[in-house]
Design a binder for this molecule. Sequence first.
Ligand code: DQA
Length: 154
Amino acid sequence: MTAILVLHGPNLNLLGKREPSIYGSLTLDEINARLMEYAQREGLVLRTFQSNHEGALIDSLHEAMSWADGVVFNPGAYTHTSYALRDAIVASGLPVVEVHLSNVYAREEFRHRSMLAPVCIGQVAGFGWRSYLVALYALQGYLTEHPGHRHPQT
Ligand code: DQA
């Protein structure tokens, strides 16, 4: 069975309250519930995790190496700064899709640069909570077409 980690980075625990005109009015729990619904329909195993701490996100990527086939990752502002997360993605060997609720390219200059996108299989930005859904769908398709990339234990 295909197993996917949905990883949420800093400040995403505040979704619903945080700048709703940019990030939408759904809470993180509501977004996760919608993704779970999709996963159940599709027969995917899905685990979700949020942290405001870079190290905890790195630990979660390391841990995913033992059970997940791929990762849908919204790294928040760490997208633009984190060499450590970039190294963790490479070290994990897992296919990762970078996700953003907002269209980062239509915002401040510092958001136009991603440290992580070059080591991800792709990026989805600008579709609000549906960015996660699109990323999940794309990763699912990728894993079907690249069975060699799946974790050997699944
Ligand atoms: C974000 C975009 C980042 O630039 C920002 O720092 C976030 C959220 C998004 O989902 O649009 O925290 O990743």
